[in-house]
Design a protein around this ligand. Sequence first.
Ligand code: SF4
Length: 712
Amino acid sequence: MREARTTCPYCGVGCGVVACVEDERIVDVQGDPEHPANFGRLCVKGSALHETLGHHGRLTRPRVDGVEVDWETALATVAERLTAVQAAHGSQALAAYLSGQLLTEDYYVANKLFKGFLGTPHLDTNSRLCMASAVAAHKRAFGADAVPCSYEDLEEAELVVLVGSNLAWNHPVLYQRLKVAKQRNPLLRVVVIDPRVTDTCEIADLYLGLKPGSDARLFTGLLAWMAKRNKLDRVYLEQHVQGFDEALAAAREQDAGVEAIAADCDLDAERLETFFYWFASHLHVVTLFSQGVNQSSSGTDKGNAIINCHLAGGKIGLPGAGPFSITGQPNAMGGREVGGLANQLAAHMDYDTPGARDRVTRFWATERRVPCLPDGPGHKAVALFEAIERGEVQALWIMATNPAVSLPRADRVRAALEKCPLVIVSECMADADLLAYADIVLPASSWSEKDGTVTNSERRISRQRGILPPPGEARHDWWIVCEVAKRLGFSEAFDYAHPCEIFDEHARLSGFENGENPGEGRRLFDISGLVGLDRAAYDALAPIQWPVNAGAPHGTARLFTDGRFATPDGRARMQPVRPRPPAQVLDAARPLRLNTGRIRDQWHTMTRTGRAPRLMNHRAEPFIEIAPEDASELGVEEHALARLHGAGGSYIGRVRVSRGQRRGEVFVPMHWSRHFSGAARMGELLEAYLDPVSGQPESKHGAVSLEPLPLG
Ligand code: SF4
């Protein structure tokens, strides 16, 4: 028996795991007591990790056009076909769609290959569906996409506000930490703001079941209320913030009376004012927000409406204070760090970051090859598949994600994949339904085999360690990308023997060069303090929060403690926010508001968690949650089957009648795919309405009708 320390891959909390290995099998997992994300805790998904593993059902050989081939043939064919598409249609015809499941090292080399050496900007990620709006809100407010807080701030706060977050199910270890903190400190209050009554409400001192989509109205209302009641931190605003007058003027454009705000949000005015009073009268407030805020056609504005209130009250940069975006995926943050979003270039820099393009070009140049970086941003996720539909993108490499289930208008995504002349899929599981669209299938290694780093929601970089060898001929994603790059003629730039060399390059690119400061503001993503780790040091790397540099060799728990932000003048920017309703309008044909989300015991499209019987016990089949009044009006009962009709298809699920569901709204889980259910793909129900700033789809506000089905 041996023990190995690694990181859980099933959510953005990023818990440390101690895996017990016997006879080359992981026989048990425990929470790592030394990992600062979880201090030994695990949730049910994390504690079942070893039950979701195994070689059964794994992809073990590459395939080209449906025929198993050796790696040399597969890699050469990928290179040949990418070259052919590029020669015929130009670099802009090439694209990649990545995933927050990839490790930072995988992401880094994929970004470097596509943007740096193939010269296409069209590399985006499924993290676009998860936290792109929070990224955009951070950039607008702070000058950089930087999460100010640490998990310990939840424990040090006087008030924790959870907005659009079912923490109990989606980030369970954070929920456990908050629950314990509340038991230890009876003065700590928790407010839950969510249209659904979820398990998270168990610890709520105040629950606000607002009308879906009215979050921005609530927080602009809060800002106006704080101004009216003299609850602003005028000194902080004067010294550290710009844009207050414009933000307040926008907030005051709508009736700022509590009654009017409550009516617009469909809330009880007294309860709403209680929340306003609590927020305004405490300094140590953490507002934790997640997909309920981000997955909206005005998600960026909602994020900024929240941040505005923190800036206006000086509730940031202090222990137990700050707006705190929590990511869904284990390495959504790592993808952001390397430039894995289509609007980013590399090393957390955007195309319009002054000097960034030159810096990256010089950094990636080899003796024989100068990178050919694109001039500007590429297609974001939804637009990428629309470009395939139009025939503009002719070759797509998908790694570790299934857009045919998760993207809105999944029906159109599938049609686009069918039409795309070259689809390359890197995947672990042999029965992933995306493989039906792949011309070339590349068997990838999985958790417990992959070696590299991930960054969790509090900017903490942790090692994910390769504990077992990959089955058959499965290979690591970074290796696959680099081997293709070599066959494309870029050997010098992709000559890595180990992921620690990639990490070292990533760390060097993040740092300053001779005092150079590409952002003209304070550069926050800086891990130059981790440059030069050899294999042993990389392997032993303890979890650490960025920035890590000469000024902060042990990492940085909390940002903006000095009131200086990453803008050129160091001042934060409050944003004028004018609340907008969801873009998806309800009508007589589709009168029900559709909400979508995760369930406690499953992960994404269930390719791994769907294999563990004890995880399937929680919710064994797709379901439709509906309010009792709606159920009786529509003639459906608990356990009956019903079909939802949406924008691009339908979804069959078992009815669950719930008093936690608002009237006129239904909730469906996001997980089921064709493999697990032939008739329940959430993505088909949603129209592709996007946030204009972040490009994030409006996955929380669909429109559906419900048809009772005769057979139960
Ligand atoms: Fe894994 Fe998230 Fe559970 Fe932690 S909270 S054990 S990271 S699924």
